[in-house]
Design a binder for this molecule. Structure first.
Ligand SMILES: [Zn+2]
Length: 424
């Protein structure tokens, strides 16, 4: 694989990769990395994460979704400061980058979201992100409750400051979910998304208890209400889709609405298993969701869970290894509308590239490359990561962030965050 600047320049046989042959063909060769015993794969795309929640890892275990939000996550998010958000985002970006994630879609919290956008700029990764929008709902702390007008105005101002920066940080509107947003807010987002061709990102069809609650209020399901508001189609990305009916899946595939499978989070919050192997026409991708409902942001774990859970539903041929790897890479790029730029190793695409060892004891001796990658390899096998041609992880060392500093800041800020939130 020959990289030049931000892009993939060529794919050549290993026999043609001697330094002198390369120099004769491509001119000056800055660096040759020997990837013997490794696989070279596209950088992972995680289409649903919450960088603002990384500090809350381990602070909200073993609760169902609505209690998880009201008793833990919202009070903690309300206690965030710029400093704690920066520490949280850096820790999450470091963890994801070290495991080979090069593109992500993030939902923030309500306030001080510019701290997350700044960390995204620092990271060198391709990041789509937006502040959480919340202008309604029971049990929402005062600090997270905003007026419709303020929520939209703040989003507008973040779009103006960050959308398109360095051609790799993009704004994505993020009304949190139906129970915390008014119709006017959703419609305001739809209007802006259409006008500026920006993504809109929310949660839907997640937990059975939540579905019952939504039905008691609206007389129908969140995905149907959102579609009535215009929140559907190729710019709409909805996390979860666990509760999708066949009819809703058919409508989503006809309109082009995307869904993000978050297998670990769905298991941990007791939401169920999304029918990814069955609802094939839906545009699915993968995401780790938040650290407090997972508790890792590890694409390897999500990919493996996706493959295994599909088999538990419909048999061992559901979601074979190669399909699981595609779900974690090119399908994520398609969901974000950037499949012409990243998600696969093709000449002319961005050099979002991961070099991963496939010869560790836990991956030897057999299996084809897809089997090894999906069923045996782990995040710790990632040796090198390139994000848009920049070497961001070299021999497992992160070259963007000072790992020690990021971890120390996270410990310090998490302690203070917990004190400020005064959790019972
Ligand atoms: Zn989420």
């Amino acid at each position: 694989l020959v990289l030049s600047g931000e892009k993939i320049l060529a794919l050549i046989p290993a026999s043609a990769a001697a330094p002198e042959t390369l120099a004769a063909k491509y001119g000056r060769v800055a660096r040759v990395i020997d990837a013997t015993g490794c696989a070279i794969i596209p950088g992972f795309v995680q289409a649903h994460v919450h960088l603002c929640q990384v500090l809350m890892r381990g602070m909200a275990d073993d609760l169902p979704l609505l209690d998880w939000l009201r008793k833990r996550i919202w009070p903690l998010e309300a206690a965030h400061t710029e400093a704690s958000l920066t520490a949280s985002a850096r820790l999450g970006l470091l963890e994801m980058m070290n495991a080979g994630t090069t593109t992500l879609l993030d939902m923030g919290t309500v306030n001080a979201h510019s701290a997350v956008m700044e960390a995204a700029l620092e990271s060198q990764l391709t990041v789509f992100s937006g502040k959480a929008m919340m202008d309604a709902g029971a049990g929402v702390p005062r600090a997270l409750r905003e007026s419709t007008r303020r929520s939209l105005a703040e989003s507008d101002s973040l779009v103006a400051s960050y959308h398109g920066r360095e051609d790799r940080v993009f704004y994505a509107y993020a009304p949190r979910f139906i129970l915390s947003c008014t119709e006017a807010l959703f419609r305001g987002v739809v209007e802006r998304s259409q006008a500026g061709n920006l993504l809109m990102h929310s949660h839907a069809a997640e937990h059975p208890g939540e579905r019952a609650f939504v039905r008691s209020i609206y007389g129908k399901d969140d995905v149907d209400v959102l579609a009535e508001y215009g929140f559907s189609g190729p710019r709409a990305i909805l996390a979860h889709g666990v509760q999708l009916t066949d009819k809703q899946a058919k409508q989503a595939s006809e309109r082009g609405t995307r869904f993000v499978h978050c297998p670990s989070a769905n298991l941990k919050l007791g939401s169920g298993i999304a029918r990814v192997g069955e609802l094939r026409r839906v545009q699915w991708s993968l995401g780790a969701d938040g650290a407090p409902c997972n508790n890792n942001l590890d694409p390897w774990i999500e990919m493996r869970h996706a493959a295994l859970l599909a088999k538990s539903r419909t048999g061992t041929t559901a979601l074979p290894a190669e399909a699981a790897l595609r779900l974690a890479t090119i399908e994520g790029a398609k969901s974000l509308g950037i499949e012409d730029r990243t998600g696969s190793l093709e000449v002319g695409k961005l050099a979002d590239v991961v070099v991963v060892r496939t010869d560790a004891a836990h991956a030897l001796p057999g299996g084809d490359v897809y089997s090894r990658l999906v069923y045996a390899c782990k995040a710790e096998d990632v040796e090198h990561v390139f994000a848009r041609g920049k070497h961001v992880v070299r021999k497992r060392e992160n070259l963007v962030f000072d790992q020690e500093q990021v971890c120390q800041a996270a410990l310090r800020e998490a302690k203070q965050l917990q004190q400020r939130a005064r959790l019972r």
